[in-house]
Structures are given as C-alpha cells and as structure tokens.
Design a binder for this molecule. Structure first.
Ligand code: SF4
Length: 361
C-alpha cells in the first residue's frame, strides 16, 4: 500500500478552505458519491460522512448502495477491501489515504495462515473451521471462504462461532485472540479448551496434545488500541465514580472484559449509551474519538474513556481532511485516485465468507 505525497497546496491549506472545498466537491459529485465514515474517525471527517458505522454496518451499507459510482471509505484498508468485494462491479471504492492500514490485520498473513493450517491438518486432521475477524486482509477472507469458513464481526461473533461448531469440531480464529477468547468463553467454552497459536513458531508454540484438546485455536494477534485497557483503570474508575458502569469492546483482554459490566461491538456501545438513563455514569473502553463524540452527543450522561492517556487508532487518524479533499477533487476532474481493488480470484472466495457473515446474525 503506497500513498503518494499530497501536493503542497493541500498540505498548506487552511482548515476553513479545506472544509469549504470538501463541501463543494461533495455537492458537485451529488448522488454519484457516498462517503462512509467509521466511528473511530476524527470529527473533522465524520461531519462529511453520509453514513457512519462500525465495519459491519458500513459493509452492509456498501453492499446496499448500488447507485453511487464512488464509495469513499473513511476507515482503514481492510474495510475498503470488503466494500470493494461487496459493491457492484461498476462502483469504485476509494481510500483517501492508502497508508491507513490496521496493525491487527497485519498480525496474520496468508503465508502464516497456510503454514498453520497445514500443520494442524497433520497434527489434528480434518474438522477445523477457519474464522477470520473482519479486521483482516482480503486474502484471509478468501482462505476462509474456500475452506468452509466465514468472516465474523464483533457484532455477530457468537452466532458465527455457533455456526462454525455446527460445521466442524474446532475453530481456528484469527487474527484477534481476545475477541475469540471472550466470545468462546461466553459460549461456555472453558479457557483450558482454547489454545494460543503463535505464528512465529512452526508448531505455534503449543504442544500437539494441547492443540488436540483445544476447541478454539486463537491466533496471537491483538488490537493495539484495545489492548491498552487494564483492570486497574476499571478499579480506579469505580473508586472515583461510585455507580459508574463499565462498558468495553470485546477486543479488550479477557481480564478487562470479565471485570467490566457490559461488553459488545462498537454499535452495541453506542446503543447502550444512547439508551442509558440521564444522569448515569459510564467508563468506556474503546477508541477515544468515539468516546469523546459520545460524551459530546449525550451531555445528560457522564461518559469518559477508561484510559487517562489519549488512545486514538493511529492508522484511522491518517484519514486527514486534506486527503479526503484531494481524493474528492480528483474525482471531480474524472480522475480516480487510491482505488482499492481486490483481484477477482481473491474476491471470489472472500465473497463467500463475507456473505456468510452478512447472513448469520
Ligand atoms: S482500532 Fe485496532 S482493530 Fe481497529 S483499525 Fe485501529 S488498530 Fe485496527
């Protein structure tokens, strides 16, 4: 993924001019354009989004908006890939800054997953169902589609795991160990029946016996944003704010999720705050842009982030308004920049896995 440097005129432009020109470009492109904004994007981007959502909701929107010629995805690369796979052939998906990746998605690549799969086939045999979290590259989704697996999101992970256990005896879950562990545990699978696969070792760093006993094989990957939350932060919030409700994302560690009052996807977190009674107090364990926005939108409730130091997703943050303007002004001139296009052979298997994700709730 290569991002060409922005022309100096865009880098030097004032905020006011950038905003004005984004508005003008958007108006000129009209219904040819739809801008999707992930909840973790900064406010300066979100204000231009036609729709905002988590990766699951935005992928549904991308699949449903067949009328727009251009889908400008203000999120990270794997989301734009999924939007490309789910959108019509005539639509073009654009990521304003190609360097907006995801450190979690980078923790599993196709070579590592194939090596793991072959090793497990030799040690355990058949009956393993591969499940990849939405936060992964398209070729891992393709791998799952071609090997009887599916994609899951943090919204439908329990249903997808239930479905997977109806297809086979074991699940290989990648790349986020925490979502896999938290979801498996909630389904009643004890921790002893979940083993971590470390891709840096040919045998996953696990004994053949432990692999054979495991029902869920958890890839050793994590989200650098959500892994920062700690039980001590929850204890501190409870000590300082009597009656505070702790609400975290399932990408947080097992201990943090167990210590919380509620856990769920980004959309769940938003709904929970939205429906909370006035005067209630919330300590939230997720990305700071979203938490700050919730605090601003629901002033009748006390909403703050559990992490006292700022924890934005640094790659989401790379979608700066200057990049959005640059991409839109190019479109206005009929020039498509930063198109994310998944090769047809990879898109075919990935579509199978993504359609399972969309069908299973
Ligand atoms: S918040 Fe975590 S999982 Fe989401 S894009 Fe950022 S690094 Fe990736």
């Amino acid at each position: 993924m290569f991002q060409m440097p922005l022309p100096p005129a865009y880098r030097q432009m004032s905020e006011e001019e950038t905003d004005r020109r984004i508005g003008e470009a958007k108006a000129a492109l009209g219904s040819d354009l739809v801008i999707l904004g992930h909840h973790y994007q900064r406010d300066e981007i979100i204000k231009f989004a036609d729709f905002r959502g988590d990766s699951f909701k935005l992928s549904q929107l991308a699949a449903g908006r067949k009328d727009a010629r251009y889908i400008v995805f203000c999120g990270v690369h794997f989301m734009a890939e999924s939007a490309d796979i789910l959108s019509a052939d005539c639509q073009k998906v654009i990521l304003p800054n190609m360097s907006a990746g995801c450190s979690m998605a980078d923790m599993a690549n196709i070579h590592q997953v194939r090596a793991c799969w072959d090793y497990l086939a030799g040690e355990i045999g058949p009956g393993i169902v591969p499940i990849t979290y939405m936060n992964s590259t398209a070729n891992l989704k393709d791998f799952c589609g071609r090997n009887g697996g599916a994609v899951c999101t943090s919204s439908n992970a329990p249903s997808i795991l239930k479905w997977a256990f109806a297809q086979g005896d074991r699940v290989l879950f990648f790349p986020d160990q925490h979502l896999g562990r938290n979801t498996g545990y909630k389904m009643g699978i004890p921790l002893e029946e979940m083993v971590v696969w470390d891709p840096h070792y040919p045998d996953g760093g696990a004994s053949p016996e432990s692999l054979r006993q495991a029902r869920i094989l958890l890839w050793k990957g994590h989200c650098s944003v959500h892994q920062r939350f700690a039980v001590e932060q929850i204890e501190k919030a409870r000590a300082e704010r009597p009656g505070v409700h702790i609400l975290v994302h399932p990408e947080c560690s097992f201990d943090v999720v167990r210590a919380s009052d509620f856990d769920g996807s980004t959309e769940y977190i938003i709904k929970k705050i939205e429906e909370a009674p006035a005067g209630s107090s919330w300590g939230v364990g997720t990305e700071i842009n979203l938490v700050n926005r919730l605090a601003k939108e629901y002033t009748d409730k006390e909403v703050s982030c559990l992490d006292p130091t700022i924890c934005p997703c640094s790659t989401m943050y790379r979608i700066h308004p200057s990049y959005l303007l640059w991409a839109l002004e190019k479109l206005r001139k009929g020039e498509v920049v930063n198109q994310v296009q998944v090769p047809a052979d990879i898109a075919a298997g990935a579509l199978i896995a993504l359609n399972r994700m969309l069908a299973i709730h």
